[in-house]
Ligand binder design. Structure first.
Ligand code: ATR
Length: 278
């Protein structure tokens, strides 16, 4: 039997064991996948222990993604861009490869649900924390017309833009928006990558940003995504989505890299929506 795990803190609500066992059943793979709570101080010790136990792969979730990037022997290009990993694959030699499948999960979900491509689009990314950081490389890779980062703390948005501008600013209008200029701008898609919903806090947004031309996507799901999506529906946004599809897509990409087989995400997503009643 091959063993896999997801590590994070908190972890008890993780849907990853459900998703990966569903993929395994669907593709007739023999594996066991567990959720393990790990605090940041214990991360490196736990990773070494899991490696010793010959675990085949690990998913990494909050708040360990950046720290785990420091541990792996090698990282894929997209993980190096994000400076954070959400999965590790162990090779036969024991070497660990870190990857980040969050961004590709987001891009695929947009395409699967809406046939929506970010190419030449005007993107407003709300937030400049870990979640924003994880998906920005994949967004830029799609060659949007521009990406504007709006964050409550402007200096953090500026740091994020500075990190990527050297490589991308020749091709893409990558900028920080201050509250004044966002007032006058128009976007094709708004992506909520803040943790306001999870923390049950209010997210202050200029009302005109959500209009019938704009797509609204929240990276979270369930109660955490509700305030932003309700606001989007009320303003008759062109389409709205939570991040459940992205969650299943990023898991499918991990599964494919570990097992060499692409699972069908649709039935698993439907099972999850039923289970969570969302
Ligand atoms: P995550 O890994 O979930 O992104 P994080 O790194 O702590 O968590 O980042 C949280 C993001 O949500 C930040 O961009 C944060 O803004 P600040 O940089 O100003 O803290 C944003 N955020 C959290 N609560 C918010 C709120 N109530 N309104 C607006 N933005 C909020």
């Amino acid at each position: 039997m091959d063993y896999y795990a997801v590590i994070g803190n908190p972890i008890s609500h993780s849907l990853s064991p459900f998703i990966h066992h569903a993929f395994a059943k669907q593709t007739q793979q023999q594996l066991k996948y567990e959720a393990i709570q790990v605090v940041p101080e214990a991360l490196f010790k736990m990773l070494s222990w899991l490696k010793e136990k010959k675990v085949r792969g690990i998913n990494i979730t909050l708040p360990l993604k950046r720290q785990a990037f420091q541990w792996v022997d090698k990282a894929t290009q997209r993980a190096r861009h994000a400076q954070a990993i959400n999965m590790i694959k162990f090779l036969e030699s024991g070497r660990s490869i870190g990857d980040n499948t969050d961004g590709v999960g987001f891009i695929r979900d947009l395409d699967r649900q809406f046939g929506f491509s970010l190419k030449n689009k005007k993107v407003l990314l709300l937030g400049a924390g870990g979640a924003a950081h994880g998906i920005l490389p994949a967004i830029l890779n799609e060659f949007p017309h521009g990406v504007t980062i709006w964050n409550r703390t402007e200096s953090r948005a500026r740091e994020l833009v500075n990190q990527f501008s050297l490589q991308w600013s020749h091709a893409i209008d990558l900028r920080v928006d201050s509250n004044q200029s966002v007032q006058a701008s128009h976007f094709d898609i708004l992506i909520n990558a803040t943790s306001a919903g999870i923390k049950k806090e209010h997210l202050m947004l200029p009302a005109h940003l959500i209009n019938p031309d704009v797509f609204c996507y929240d990276l979270s799901y369930g109660d955490a995504a509700s305030p932003f999506l309700e606001c989007a529906k009320k303003a008759h946004a062109r389409a709205c989505s939570d991040g459940l599809g992205m969650l299943v897509e990023q898991a499918a990409e991990s599964f494919r890299e570990w097992r060499g087989i692409q699972p069908d995400i649709q039935p698993v997503l439907e099972q999850l929506r039923k289970k969570l009643k969302i």
